[in-house]
Design a protein around this ligand. Sequence first.
Ligand SMILES: Cc1ncc(COP(=O)(O)O)c(C=O)c1O
Length: 389
Amino acid sequence: MPYDFDTVIDRRHTNSAKWDVKPGELPMWIADMDFQTAPEITAALKQRAAFGIFGYEEIPTEYYEAVADWWATEHHFRPQIDWLMFCTGVVPAISSIVRKMTAPGDNILVQAPVYNMFYHSIENNGRHTLSSDLVERDGQYTIDFDDLAQKMAEPLTTMMILCNPQNPIGIVWSRADLQRIGELALKHHVLVLADEIHCDLTLNDHDYTPFSSLSADVAANSISCISPSKTFNVAALHAATLIMPAQAIRERVSRAINNDELAEPNSFAIPGSLAAYRDGHAWVAELRTKIAANQRQLQTFVADNLPAVKVIEAQATYLIWLDISQVAADASDLADFIRAKTGLFLSAGDVYRGDGQHFLRINIACPTAELTDGLQRLQAGIEAYMTQN
Ligand SMILES: Cc1ncc(COP(=O)(O)O)c(C=O)c1O
């Protein structure tokens, strides 16, 4: 069935965090898509609403079976049912796990530039961020494994938060890289927390490797976070799943998730997730095609019209990392200028740290008409900035 990814829907005045903007502005920042979710999910939610009773709920086994079946079909790996634990969001789970599995003052390792909420979960809980920054050369980012090993070996480093696929750059880490990270973590007694929320949105046949599918010893030292929220644009359903192959970790994390009251679903989380994981395969396949087409449109537009900007090719996600180092010294300054001049609202890369001050992040999960508008505003903003400076 052909799904609709091209109707422009007015999201203003709908309590949308993304669209809480001034008249005429075009938000292409937060990771939220301007597409309606799969109709299969909407139908399930309508059915649940029609039932009309919204009392306390439990997680049925069929939820975990649907998660495991989705992974088996989409990612060729079926996690065991007893490894899985429902929770009400990935970021709340990360904060809760940080509090339970590390001590105040510990180092938590990340690979900047990376999703900014990791820093909040670490630092708002009194831990230190230690980054083994990714290294960029000619538009390709790689891991400096010597640096990573050195930082893992520091006695106060007790956890690493890994982002795979990586936000904001869109890297899909290879099985070999992940296994190497996992072995280093084991050697240095560092627990790996793998945020895999973007794993369903791989592009152009790039293959995502679930961390829990690595060798048994490496997998046993990990917690992975997955969710239908990015894949199906259902962030406000507040449904996520933790994958934990080791029983000892499961027991401790269960205490954390329950103590922090993150274990109970709202009335729409389970029916929405079941519909997504059981009936959403065709919709996601079309979504991936649409995002890949949008990425090509952006690449062509920038190559033709904005020679000072370099597009980093995303292997996954609908977030594109734009190198603006030849345009501005400070991404925030440029983002503010573009917004004031054209109304286009992008994410300035500095919040992701690392080399982020040289980058803007643009969200391209939108209908073609909106993307075309956004690209024209980007061109107008950058040309005006270059003329002024
Ligand atoms: C890497 C990553 N993790 C987590 C989240 C948010 O997860 P949740 O809404 O389940 O807290 C996002 C949202 O953009 C993200 O990019």
